[in-house]
Design a protein around this ligand. Structure first.
Ligand SMILES: [Zn+2]
Length: 306
């Protein structure tokens, strides 16, 4: 019953929010019509959100994005709770809507992006050949918009067959959701099903399984010495840290396509960064510096390095 609900109505609504025809389930006519009617305002909202810089930790932009989303959710009848988070330099949002049915559904999206301030001005939202472009347009502002408009379509249908729909907006996903992890864990436990509104695959199906994410902190202890006068007395921790990071990224890359570049820049779902830096961990640095933090997004690999 719950599965049927999530697959055929809410999921279909989400999948059809932008009316991509490749979705394999039979289209629900009313939902499809509703979604098509909302295409213009949905794109307008997407444009507004994309044109606001909201890189992880950038308080002014995150606040703007949060306020816009909260306003939309309030209009849909949601009750809003803000959960302040110093590490995110902002608040996460827990919005709840009560229905008359049995299932508790959690929708999740995130407000932060991997893009620094100025990105939106540099390459603002635009549509070319039927595709929308701009910083965070897909990941995850498109997710926020898809969720909001799916809910609008359902509201228009008078659909209330759920006990509760919760919309959780994370302000720190691109830094690994460190502070939000516990909030997500406890919130998800109180629900029957979770739909994470991250970008899926080009065919627009539902992704039902993804990699995990984890971070290991690698500390390297060396021996201080003067590199010019007595290098043989020292052990350079920075160099060792860099080599180990690169070896790790190199090793993690082996399951991917054969690389033609150096280990530090190869395409792997492993990345390294310094624990003290704010740069989103899932982005690559321009330079391979002494990197002591690593993240690897598949559990078996993470277990091997930890
Ligand atoms: Zn994302």
């Amino acid at each position: 019953m719950l599965f049927t609900f999530s697959r055929t109505l809410l999921a279909a609504t989400l999948a059809m929010s932008f009316a991509v025809p490749a979705y394999s389930a039979e289209p629900h006519k009313q939902i499809q019509t509703g979604a098509e009617q909302y295409k213009a305002p949905a794109l307008k909202l997407l444009e507004r959100l994309v044109n606001i810089d909201s890189g992880s930790g950038y308080e002014p932009g995150l606040t703007q994005v949060r306020d816009i989303a909260v306003e939309e959710l309030k209009q849909l009848g949601f009750s809003i709770e803000l959960v302040p988070d110093k590490a995110a330099n902002n608040s996460h949002v827990i919005a709840t809507l009560k229905g008359t049915g049995k299932a508790k559904i959690l929708l999740m999206a995130h407000m932060d992006t991997v893009f620094k301030e100025g990105s939106a001005a540099e390459r603002p939202f635009h549509i070319k050949d039927g595709r929308a472009y701009g910083p965070g347009v897909m990941d995850d502002k498109g997710g926020i918009v898809a969720g909001i408009y799916a809910l609008k379509v359902l509201k228009d249908q008078g659909f209330k067959d759920y006990a509760q729909i919760t919309f959780l907006l994370d302000a720190s996903e691109e830094t690994g959701s460190d502070a939000a992890s516990e909030l997500i864990r406890t919130t998800a436990k109180g629900h029957d099903v979770t739909l994470n509104l991250e970008p899926g695959r080009p065919a627009d199906g539902l992704v039902v399984w993804r990699k995990g994410s984890a971070t290991a902190v690698v500390e390297v202890k060396g021996k201080a010495a003067h590199a010019g006068v007595a290098p043989e007395l020292g052990r350079n921790a920075a160099m060792e840290g860099r080599i180990r990071s690169c070896n790790w990224a190199n090793w993690a890359t082996k399951r991917r396509k054969p690389p033609s570049t150096s280990p530090c820049s190869r395409p792997a779902t492993a990345s390294t960064s310094s624990p003290t830096r704010r740069r989103p961990r899932r982005t690559y640095a321009r330079h391979c510096r002494k990197s002591l933090t690593g993240s690897r997004r598949t559990w078996p690999v993470f277990r091997r390095i930890s």
